[in-house]
Ligand binder design. Structure first.
Ligand SMILES: CC(C)(COP(=O)(O)OP(=O)(O)OC[C@H]1O[C@@H](n2cnc3c(N)ncnc32)[C@H](O)[C@@H]1OP(=O)(O)O)[C@@H](O)C(=O)NCCC(=O)NCCS
Length: 279
């Protein structure tokens, strides 16, 4: 995202080639899925072509059939090459951060967080083209299919991992910077007391635990952690962990030199000023 300098840690390329190898192996191992794997992955030359087909098959309905949805996705990928780069980086981080993820095939074909995020990226592109009605149509289909409700105007960086995905809500003026991880049932919403710019700004490397509600135009600083089930109503300092309802800092300053979202770091390090430090 434009709000901060990128902290690049990925190697280039390789994801698409590996995905194809995995698809070939899977087709050989499970012939029942061979034609699905061929149509979704092996038939295509680039990840954006495969995503256009695969997402359109899911998102298409009687009102906007898959064929037309595919044209919309292709147009988005052609007009904004960053979308395919983000899709590649998102897939890489799922594999890096999710202990249950053993292949690129899993997020591409089956993970709601990954599919929903890529579909949102197309809806956001439509929004930037002032095609609001179609963007809203996609938002609605994404929420029906992937249980993720992201307003198409929200801004979301690359290397974002949404685990399990169920019950994610991200509001219109929310910002999620690069390299953020969140578990299921996270809300980045308004308090209901503010208009205009009313949603949270989540800075790079933040880890948001399952069920956390982050409300209002507040800032969660770089590499902070939000405990599962918290209700966050105030700014969170960089590299701090907050927990509870309403959320308060716990465990002192943490996470120096590590990115909790990347490590999926759910441990509070003992610090000299933190509770529980017996030294
Ligand atoms: C916040 C978190 C990152 C810290 O984990 P940890 O380092 O093991 O922390 P501890 O268990 O040592 O707890 C430290 C203190 O914070 C409290 N705490 C930890 N998690 C909390 C939570 N979610 N809500 C309220 N308080 C919490 C503990 O009760 C403890 O309080 P105490 O010092 O008064 O005894 C972790 O609890 C968490 O919420 N991770 C997200 C996991 C998640 O979303 N999983 C879903 C998988 S599907």
């Amino acid at each position: 995202m434009g709000e901060a300098q990128p902290r690049v840690f990925e190697a280039s390329g390789g994801v698409w080639a590996q995905l194809r190898v995995e698809a070939m192996q899977a087709a050989a191992e499970e012939p029942l899925l061979a034609s699905y794997l061929h149509a979704s992955i092996l038939h295509h030359e680039k990840i954006e072509d495969a995503l256009s087909y695969h997402l359109a098959q899911k998102l298409g309905d009687a009102d906007l059939p898959a064929l037309q949805m595919r044209d919309v996705a292709r147009e988005a990928y052609a007009m904004d090459p960053q979308l395919a780069q983000q899709a590649t980086r998102d897939m890489r981080v799922v594999r890096e951060r999710d202990p249950a993820c053993r292949t690129y095939l899993q997020p591409f074909l089956y993970f709601k967080g990954y599919g929903g995020l890529q579909a949102y990226r197309i809806a956001h592109w439509l929004w930037t083209q002032q095609r609001d009605v179609l963007a809203y149509h996609l938002q609605s289909r994404i929420s029906e299919l992937f249980a993720i409700d992201i307003h198409p105007a929200a801004r979301i960086g690359a290397g974002v991992f949404i685990d399990h995905a169920h019950g994610i809500v991200i509001g219109e003026t929310a910002v999620v910077e690069d390299d953020v991880s969140m578990l299921h049932s996270v809300t980045l919403g308004g308090t209901g007391k503010q208009g205009g710019d009313r949603h949270p700004k989540i800075r790079r490397g933040v880890l948001i635990g399952a069920g956390a509600k982050v409300l209002g135009n507040i800032e969660v600083g770089e590499d902070a952690r939000i405990a599962a089930g918290s209700v966050v109503l105030e700014d969170v300092a960089a590299r701090c962990t907050v927990a509870g309802v309403p959320a308060k800092p716990i465990g002192g300053r943490c996470c120096e030199g590590v990115m909790p979202a990347q490590e999926m770091d759910q441990m509070i390090e003992a610090t000299l000023d933190g509770p529980g430090d017996g030294i």
